[in-house]
Design a protein around this ligand. Structure first.
Ligand SMILES: [Zn+2]
Length: 466
């Protein structure tokens, strides 16, 4: 598998090894309802890890939860409640959303506040080595002391000085771009009593304290959304490499592209904010995963109703195709193996895996599956029961590797099956009006009938919408 490394700017081979591949992905700051932008990142990494594991890579997937942060404290103060309550509420919601979206690949979640001693130790090391200094409001990292500062985002420390966001303000900092490692607590703010003084950790230090605890000072892959590249990931490199004296902190940096809504940045003030819950009220979770995977993970994704409708339709036609093939499997009288089908399937498998091995190109992999459907369509009247089984096993298992879990057989209630049998009977007596009435009745109840050469195939009508 080759992956694009943001640090080197090149695609590089990810070698298989007996040792587990250590992957860390920046988790959520739990202060608000998770939105589809968050979901894009986590669904994408879930598909990625599933795929790696299906290819016999052992992956240890670690994710942090930022449960102490200015945003959490602000919200708690606004709502007149405790920061713990806010953090707990949104952490629970995040896990519920992940479950609904089928995100199951994370090996360990690590809450920042569970690693305060590790955080303090790392800061103490940075102070001892001369990279950190104290001000009147906390401890800061001196970016000018770390030579490689800016290597990931390709900014020099001087340029980094000019473009800072979500960075900590302090009048007594040495350089404008210096970031907080430890913040002394103000009146009414949460704090931990530590040798550094009473306070709380800065945002960046939790990641490196957690990864050092689980992975050591160096590990394989660090993932996250593109907007975290600077200053967050740059700060992580500086902290850990300065503390341990080893570099690189991470071999491969993977950044997931932005999500826009109708061409605009999603925000509550623009009124285009879509929470994961909003989405799931209307659509099946697989629609979101499909939508995400039809975009290359590094490309921006523009969320529009039109694209959602396309994904819904594509999934529905995939699912219906599988049900049709499954129907053929149990109804065909054909015994002869179809050689052409076997060849088509082998080619698709190759194309699918080649696409994913090339920097996880999911749009291309999905395109190969769709092409497969078109190529197989004309062969369906000439396949055996065994061919049918092979077709479905192949398609289902390929899609499964990236978390698109379709089902081989639809469950049709007995009442619907009885109506369909009644309709067949009417048809056999050429009572076509009566047959149409029954078809409509079945339709009204949410099912459709496809009259195939092998008999009537009954399927649910709305598979991926609610
Ligand atoms: Zn992070």
């Amino acid at each position: 598998m080759n992956l694009f490394n943001t640090l080197s700017g090149k695609k590089e081979l990810i070698k298989k090894s007996k040792k587990p591949l250590r992957l860390f992905v920046c988790g959520l700051t739990v202060y608000d309802t998770p939105h589809i932008g968050n979901a894009r990142t986590y669904v994408m990494f879930d598909s990625f890890v599933r795929y790696m594991r299906s290819q016999k890579y052992t992956v240890t997937y670690l994710q942090n939860i930022t449960d102490i942060d200015d945003k959490i404290i602000d919200r708690a103060q606004r709502e007149n409640t405790s920061w713990k309550k806010i953090a707990h509420t949104y952490e629970q919601l995040y896990h519920q959303n992940e479950k609904s979206l089928g995100i199951t690949s994370v090996s360990t979640y690590a809450r920042a506040t569970d690693y305060i001693p590790e955080i303090v130790r790392q800061i103490q090391t940075l102070i001892k080595k001369g990279y950190a200094y104290q001000t009147d409001d906390g401890y800061y990292f001196d970016i000018k002391k770390f030579e490689r500062y800016g290597q990931l985002s390709k900014r020099s420390a001087d340029i980094a000085e000019q473009a800072v966001s979500r960075i900590d303000e302090s009048i007594t900092k040495h350089n404008k771009g210096d970031f907080a490692l430890w913040k002394f607590s103000k009146e009414g703010e949460p704090s931990w009593k530590t040798p550094l003084g009473s306070g709380r950790p800065g945002w960046h230090i939790e990641d490196t304290a957690i990864t050092e605890k689980f992975f050591g000072p160096q590990y394989d892959i660090h993932g996250g959304a593109l907007d975290l590249k600077f200053p967050h990931h740059e700060a992580e490199i500086a902290q850990q490499e300065a503390a341990s004296g080893k570099h690189p902190l991470v071999r491969t940096w993977m950044h997931a592209g932005f999500l826009l809504v109708n061409g605009k940045k999603m925000s509550k003030s623009l009124g285009n904010f879509i929470s994961i819950n909003d989405f799931l009220k209307e659509y099946h979770p697989l629609v979101f995963r499909h939508l995400v995977l039809t975009h290359h993970y590094r490309s921006p994704m523009d969320y529009t109703e039109k694209l959602v409708a396309q994904s819904t339709q594509t999934l529905a036609s995939l699912q219906k195709f599988i049900w049709k093939v499954s129907f053929i499997q149990t109804h065909t009288k054909n015994q002869k193996q179809n050689v052409a089908v076997k060849k088509i399937l082998t080619n698709t498998q190759k194309e699918f895996h080649n696409a994913l091995a090339d920097d996880f190109n999911t749009p291309q992999a999905l395109a190969s599956i769709f092409l497969l459907l078109t190529s197989l369509e004309s062969h369906l009247t000439k396949i055996s029961s065994r061919d049918a089984l092979t077709i479905n096993t192949t398609i289902l298992s390929l899609l499964e590797t990236i978390g698109i879990s379709l089902i081989s057989k639809s469950k049709i209630p007995a009442s619907i099956q009885r109506l369909s049998a009644k309709r067949e009977l009417a048809r056999s007596y050429k009572q076509f009006m009566q047959a149409d009435v029954l078809r409509n009745e079945i339709h009204q109840l949410g099912y459709i009938i496809d009259d195939t050469p092998w008999g009537p195939l009954v399927m649910p009508k709305n598979i991926f919408t609610k």
